[in-house]
Design a protein around this ligand. Structure first.
Ligand SMILES: [Zn+2]
Length: 351
């Protein structure tokens, strides 16, 4: 079983080979998700409160946000350090780092879109703590927080959760974004992402919501049909630097964006969500502007955006939808979750 990092000399980036994870639990293919009623508690779920995980550890009887070390890490302290040297110019190194799981709620059947703002605020605070804890470690160059939501992006367990990879390298997208931001800062003494926000506000057509210090919009250059950014308006290198009111505003905008996603087709909207935070490699990032990016894979309810020749083969995106039209669709739906509107809201209104 191979578990290491391998250098891709043509893309100049690390590839994590985690072949030891082949036996991760998958419940999706054995269950027809559409046909069953998802329960609030599932005795077989490794994420529900009080349940025993594959590692033998028992989850706390948690009531809010719950964080634990991933039982199937792709980077971890137990990754092999004695590696077979590769041939020729090839390079490898241990897949060290820390992988964690963050459960948003003890309720198995809820989603981030259906959590009240105070609970989303609590999640943002937990992410702040994780960035400070993991990013503060000398061996950690970057903290990637992300959520894969929906079976179409490979998630079989509906329990609302995200993952954190704290790695000894900076993921490629953040590396490119940080370099572009710092170059712009050096040349103009202005923050690149704030120029993006200003251009969106000047145009106005793609803004989904604004609340105080936070904004959500479909960017002008969206690569995916419903690609959406959620950001504080002021520059902060990471979520950890936001003041309490900014965290609250961000939670409010985050929730509204997620509700609009779900309302679009009255279904739980799949996406890949990633927090874009400055590297923690000791560098100085005065031009980096923390924000959250959503990459929804669907173009229509049963139509995936396939990554094919241009994207996989060429590395550049071909979008056959207009960001203005897609933003207008999201603007047109109600800001109240359709399940709440039907009286099915699970915990709406709870403090
Ligand atoms: Zn669960």
């Amino acid at each position: 079983m191979t578990w290491e990092q391998r250098w891709h000399p043509l893309r100049e980036e690390w590839v994590i080979i985690a072949a030891h994870r082949n036996h991760r639990p998958w419940v999706g293919e054995t269950v027809d998700a559409a046909a069953r009623q998802v329960p609030a508690y599932d005795p077989d779920c490794p994420l529900c409160p009080g349940n025993v995980r594959v590692s033998g550890q028992r989850n706390e009887p948690y009531t809010g946000v719950f964080v634990f070390d991933n039982d199937h890490p792709c980077v971890g302290p137990s990754a092999p350090v004695e590696l077979t040297p590769p041939a020729g110019i090839y390079r490898n190194r241990p897949a060290t780092g820390i992988a964690r799981v963050v459960c948003y709620s003890p309720l198995h059947h809820t989603t981030l879109a259906e959590l009240p703002v105070p609970q989303i605020r609590d999640l943002l605070v937990a992410w702040q703590q994780q960035y400070l804890d993991l990013g503060g470690r000398p061996e950690v160059a970057h903290v990637l927080c992300f959520e894969n939501k929906g079976e179409v992006v490979g998630v079989s367990n509906p329990h609302p959760h995200c993952q954190i990879y704290a790695t000894n390298f900076v993921f490629k997208t953040i590396e490119i974004e940080a370099a572009a931001s710092e170059r712009y800062w050096a040349e103009h003494r202005r923050v690149l992402f704030q120029e993006i926000i200003a251009a969106e506000q000047t145009d106005g057509r793609r803004i989904l919501c604004e609340h105080g210090s936070a904004i959500g919009f479909v960017p002008y250059f969206a690569r995916y049909a419903y690609e959406t950014y959620v950001a504080p308006k002021e520059r902060h290198a990471s979520l950890a630097d936001l003041a309490d009111q900014e965290v609250w505003d961000l939670a409010t905008v985050l929730r509204e964006v997620l509700v609009r996603f779900d309302n679009l087709w009255q279904m739980s909207f799949p996406y890949v969500m990633a927090l874009h935070q400055a590297p923690t490699d000791g560098g100085d990032y005065p031009g980096f502007h923390f924000h959250i990016q959503f990459h929804p894979p669907l173009r229509k309810p049963n139509l995936l955006k396939y990554l094919a020749g241009p994207e996989v083969g060429g590395g550049s995106f071909l979008s056959d939808t207009s960001p203005e039209v897609k933003a207008a669709e999201l603007q047109a739906v109600p800001a109240v979750h359709w399940r709440v509107a039907r009286g099915e809201g699970q915990n709406e209104g709870q403090p």
